[in-house]
Design a protein around this ligand. Structure first.
Ligand code: DAH
Length: 344
């Protein structure tokens, strides 16, 4: 019997060691079967007990010890099972901080915004302030103050989008020129400003025209201002914006708010000046209207035309972007087509 007692002790020690060393639930199940299963070691001991000892008392004592061992092992296995389960659980939540992160796909500024900012920087570096004005105007600022009276045929040049309202005739500004008036009303020369902003036209769209577009108005007012100043500023602007000496020319034109008036063209980059559909086979593309500010415009803004002189221009921002990036259809900018936008 003593041998059996020793066996139980050894068995307890071994089983305990194995349970503690189990690496996973599968191994633990095997240990359970080995000691506590149908054909497990404890069962076998109980069987063998019957053969070894006839004495009832003794058998009962050993039987009790085997049962205690059984309970002990069951408890041990239970504990081990829950601690193994915890490890597996926490493994599922485990984060490998060495794995390279996922890059969120970042957007970028719209090409027109990029171009607008670039233009602003160029003019700011030449001492111009960036000024904004209202997109909803009345007739005075959009037309009359700019020397375009009601019956003047020049009003036909701006197919206007009128707003339905109560009384005052309001419209979506057809150009950024009204901001010249707003600014001169409130500021005394010398003045140097550019005015980027949206303008709206009631017109059909094609490769060169949109019903909503950006303009960049320019205005310089001082004592002895001439067309030479205008040309010098334009030349410097084109050089910096296009990154090289760009051929441009001033052709006589008509605008009611300038005298003399010009249109400003650059060599068409699409065809290199050879002539294509975009430039109507001329090799030149009009970028801006410009001229010397009409005395009436100065007067309407409260400035004395005998004392002050100025020049002004109005660029189409989309046109500038088209020439810079060789884009042959103005409608692409607002198409929302990512294949186009992702190129910038
Ligand atoms: N406002 C004119 C337009 O939308 C463009 C323009 C022409 C602006 C001559 C000017 C200018 O400042 O001097 O067509």
């Amino acid at each position: 019997m003593n041998r059996l007692k020793i066996n139980l002790k050894i068995l307890k020690k071994e089983a305990k060691k194995e349970i503690e060393g189990a690496k996973n639930l599968k191994e633990l199940d095997e240990i359970f079967r080995k000691y506590l299963g149908e054909k497990g070691e404890l069962r076998q001991i109980l069987h063998s007990l019957e053969k070894i000892s006839k004495a009832k008392k003794r058998r009962a004592k050993i039987g009790k010890e085997v049962n205690e061992l059984k309970e002990f092992l069951e408890e041990k296995i239970k504990d081990k099972r829950s601690s193994l389960a915890k490890v597996t659980e926490s493994k599922e939540e485990w984060v490998d901080i060495t794995i390279p992160g996922k890059k969120p796909s970042l957007g970028h500024l719209h090409p027109l915004t990029q171009v607008k900012r670039e233009i602003e920087e160029i003019f700011q570096s030449m001492g111009f302030s960036v000024v904004e004005g209202p997109e909803v105007e009345n007739e005075w600022y959009n037309f009359d103050a700019l020397n375009i009276p009601k019956d003047h045929p020049a009003r036909d040049m701006w197919d206007t989008l009128w707003l339905k309202d109560k009384g005052a005739k309001l419209l979506l500004r057809a150009h950024t020129s009204p901001v010249q008036i707003h600014y001169m009303e409130k500021n005394q020369p010398p003045l140097r400003i550019i005015v980027p902003g949206s303008v709206f036209r009631h017109e059909a769209t094609d490769t060169r025209h949109e019903f909503q577009l950006y303009q960049i108005e320019g205005l310089m007012v001082d004592k002895e201002i001439s067309v030479a100043h205008l040309k010098a500023i334009l030349a410097e602007f084109f050089k910096r914006f296009f990154g090289k000496n760009t051929a441009f020319r001033l052709d006589p034109d008509f605008f009611p708010f300038t005298e003399p008036s010009f249109n400003v063209s650059v060599t068409c980059v699409i065809c290199g000046g050879k002539g294509c559909n975009l430039c109507k086979k001329t090799g030149w593309l009009e970028m801006a209207g410009a001229g010397m500010v009409h005395p009436n415009v100065l007067k309407n803004s409260g400035l004395n035309p005998k004392e002050w002189r100025g020049w002004a221009f109005g660029f189409g921002l989309e046109r500038l972007a088209m020439m810079k990036y060789k884009i042959d259809d103005i409608r692409l900018f607002r198409s929302g087509d990512l294949r186009f936008l992702n190129q910038f």
